[in-house]
Design a protein. Structure first.
Length: 331
């Protein structure tokens, strides 16, 4: 009799425990995904903020020569609809409700120049006079979306955020200055030192996007090729280690809310600021506002995940950086 009672109680307990363990696994998987999405979004926005603090020039959609001259061969392909934002100088202090904010000015990529070094050294003129020269060496930083093909969600398309940088390039305006150009001895020494000592192989005319090569023969020549990438790039910023507490999950930057497959709906509104055009913008929205001495760069990133838990989880995070835009003219 006691055995029959024990078996009956056990039969009641087992289904309850199975449900409890299943729900516990779902909760652990959901928590892991939420925490990892949040950590990745915070790290990504912090990395971009730290990089753009060294900005010397923001490149927007009106400066087409820079974008068209990038050599992205070997890098992940950009998503259809990739667009740089247009600087909106009418908005001096960004607010989502600012009536002057124009949705068409938003983009889903970001490009800017940072100064990697200022190289100062001595040269001797043709007349034997020793003088100091200084050259700024800059690189292009480019953030853009690529379709997620390795850990994509079944609920909807998603994207990865790519970080690409160019080779360091000396300012051609400094190389072509009258001080350098009027004395072949100074020009040859400057090119030789930049090339052989500092490893600078290219120059960029930041006024128009024209590209030049420095040579071992101490010359500066027109380079018909596109702006070369840094050999250490590109980097996929949205890379998450998962499956530590669960069976893992699929994740990526969210697509537009109207692109989810049948039976699924977006857990987070996308876009929030830009206007939908095909795939544009996805869950990476960039707006640039204000005057050159206080440019505001607003970035919104929305990450979603799908795994061994009901529905989708997401993280929606934004950042605002104020930078000095030293070059305010557009080529």
């Amino acid at each position: 009799m006691e055995l029959m009672i024990a078996l009956a109680v056990f039969a009641l307990i087992v289904p309850v425990m199975v449900v409890f363990l299943s729900k516990s696994r779902e909760l652990m998987a959901s928590d892991e995904a939420l925490n990892q999405l949040k950590t990745n979004a915070q790290t990504t926005l912090t990395d971009i903020h730290n990089a753009i603090e060294g900005n010397v020039r923001i490149i927007d959609a009106t400066q087409t020569s820079f974008f068209s001259n990038l050599n992205l061969s070997g890098a992940p392909v950009s998503m259809t609809g990739t667009t740089l934002p247009t600087i909106d100088a009418a908005v001096t202090a960004f607010s989502p409700t600012d009536p002057d904010a124009v949705s068409a000015d938003w983009g889903n990529s970001l490009m800017f120049l940072t100064n990697t070094s200022t190289d100062t050294f001595q040269v001797v003129s043709s007349s034997g006079v020793t003088d100091n020269v200084a050259f700024n060496v800059d690189q292009i930083n480019y953030y853009y979306l690529t379709p997620n093909t390795t850990n994509s969600l079944s609920a909807a398309p998603s994207y990865k955020l790519i970080y690409w940088t160019s080779v360091p390039m000396v300012d051609y305006g400094e190389l072509s200055s009258s001080f350098v150009q009027n004395d072949p001895a100074i020009e040859h020494q400057a090119v030789s030192i930049l090339y052989n000592v500092y490893g600078v192989t290219h120059s960029l005319d930041f006024s128009n996007g024209n590209y030049y090569a420095l040579t071992s023969s101490e010359e500066v020549t027109n380079d018909p090729h596109t702006i070369k990438p840094n050999t250490a790039q590109p980097i996929t910023l949205t890379t998450i280690t998962n499956g530590i507490l669960s069976g893992g999950f699929e994740y990526g930057i969210a697509c537009n809310s109207n692109q989810y497959n049948a039976g699924w709906s977006s857990p987070v509104p996308v876009p929030e600021y830009a206007t939908v055009t095909g795939n544009f913008p996805g869950g990476f929205e960039v707006g640039i506002f204000g005057n050159p001495d206080a440019r505001e760069v607003f970035i919104r990133i929305a990450l979603v995940a799908q795994g061994a838990f009901p529905g989708l989880v997401y993280n929606d995070l934004s950042s605002l950086s104020t930078v000095w835009d030293a070059w305010s003219s557009s080529p």
